[in-house]
Design a protein around this ligand. Structure first.
Ligand code: PXP
Length: 243
């Protein structure tokens, strides 16, 4: 089976914030995305600087959605508190750096292990599934399991950015990490930088449950509309995993 699609609607809010107004509404976009029947869940990243999604969006998203809601978040106390109050089905812990344009790498599981383990424990105690956004290497996968996560999300950014000669190596790293994580009992997701033109080989990696895709969908939606943009990426994902 092909992986399932979670749409990240952060950049609908980015357009809204360009004018600090109320349109376009990321919650409305999420409902349009779900209405296509091709999207199993919605993801947003509540960044500490609130550059796109804000606290009110998170609360409205939770009450409007009837599909799983995945909140991407850093491990800061304020954001952890919002997550516990909102109670999304899934939380994805990510590293966050104010200067970055987007999440640049996976969690540094060696350096942040204690904090990640503590936040994972608190969210899981509240019934929230916890995914850790990690680079595809065996140390990070092992430490994610040790931290008590239910899921990992493998960072596909290096694969997406790689020139053609090193792309196969980056794809192989994702594949090996997916196999290892699955063998350790973790649910495996992936995302970052995926588009209709590069998602096929990732969708064929075994054991992937969900792909989180944002920027390329919203960018395409500006030109052809959100349902059409979702149809295109969904079609590009329909490849059978190769074991
Ligand atoms: N997964 C994670 C953990 C992310 O931080 C992001 C970006 O917010 C995505 C997936 C989606 O990446 P993109 O917008 O490049 O599709």
């Amino acid at each position: 089976m092909a992986p399932r699609l979670f749409v990240n609607v952060d950049h609908v809010a980015t357009v809204r914030q360009a004018r600090r107004t109320v349109q376009p509404d990321p919650v409305e976009a999420a409902l349009v995305a779900v209405s296509t029947g091709k999207v199993v869940g919605i993801t947003v990243h509540l960044r500490e600087d609130r550059r796109h999604i804000n606290d009110n969006d998170v609360a409205r998203m939770k009450s409007a959605l009837h599909v799983p809601f995945n909140l991407e978040m850093s491990c800061t106390e304020q954001i952890v508190g919002i997550c516990l109050r909102t109670h999304p089905e899934e939380a994805t812990l990510v590293p966050e750096n104010r200067e970055e344009v987007t999440t640049e790498g996976g969690l540094d599981m060696n350096r942040q292990f204690n904090r990640v383990r503590e936040v994972t424990r608190r969210l899981r105690a509240d019934g929230i599934m916890v995914s850790l956004f990690i680079d595809p290497n065996s140390t990070s996968v092992k430490l994610a399991a040790d931290a008590g996560a239910t899921h990992v999300e493998l960072h596909t950014g290096r694969y997406c950015d790689a020139p053609p000669d090193t792309r196969p190596r980056e794809l192989e790293a994702l594949r090996e990490a997916a196999i290892q994580a699955h063998a350790m009992g973790l649910v495996v997701n992936a995302g970052h930088g995926l588009s209709s033109s590069n998602v096929g080989p990732v969708a064929a990696i075994p054991h992937l449950l969900d792909l989180n895709i944002g920027h390329s969908i919203i960018a395409r939606a500006v030109l052809v509309g959100l349902p059409q943009a979702i149809s295109e990426i969904h079609a590009a994902m329909q490849v059978a995993p190769q074991d």
